[in-house]
Ligand binder design. Sequence first.
Ligand SMILES: [Zn+2]
Length: 179
Amino acid sequence: MKPRCTGHSSQTGEPCKLYPVKGAKVCHKHGGRARQVKAKAQMRLVEQQARELFGKTAPEIVPVDNPLAAYANFAGEVMAWKKLMASLLEDLAAVAVTSEFQGEQIAGAVQLYERAMDRANTVLSSYARLRIDDRLAAISKQQADTVMRAIEAVIALLGADRDQATEARRVAARHLRAD
Ligand SMILES: [Zn+2]
C-alpha cells in the first residue's frame, strides 16, 4: 500500500489521508511544499535512485588489501569532487541570476561546495596524521627487499656465474624502480 502523509488534521486530529509529495513524508497541505522539505525529498529520491542503481549493477565488492593505498585513492577522489564543486559554483556564479530557481541552485551549489571543503579538510588532516606517503614508500621498500631476496634465491638455484648474477640484480633493480 502506498504510504500516506504523516500529518494530522488540525480539526479532528485524525491522520491525514492524502498522499505525500514525491520523495517527502508529508502532503502539500502539511508542509510538503516547504523549501527544506522539498530539498530533503529531492535528496531522498536521489538516494533511492542510487540504491536501485547499486542493486541493478551489483558492483563487485573487492576487499581492500592495501588500506593505505585505498585511502590515498579516496583522498584523491575527495579532492576531485571538491574541484568539481568549485567549477560548478563558478559556472553558476558566472550567469546573471534571473529567477528564484537559479538563486536556489546557487545556494545549493554553495552548500555542496562547503561540504566538499569540509570533507577535503577532514581527509587531508587525517592523511597528514597518518603520514600515508611515508608508509606507502616504506611498504614498497619492503616489497622490493622481498623481491630482491627472491632474485638472489633464483640466482643461487640456477647456478649463475658472477656476471650473470650482477646482470640479474641490475635488471631486477631497474624493474623495481620503474614502479
Ligand atoms: Zn497531509
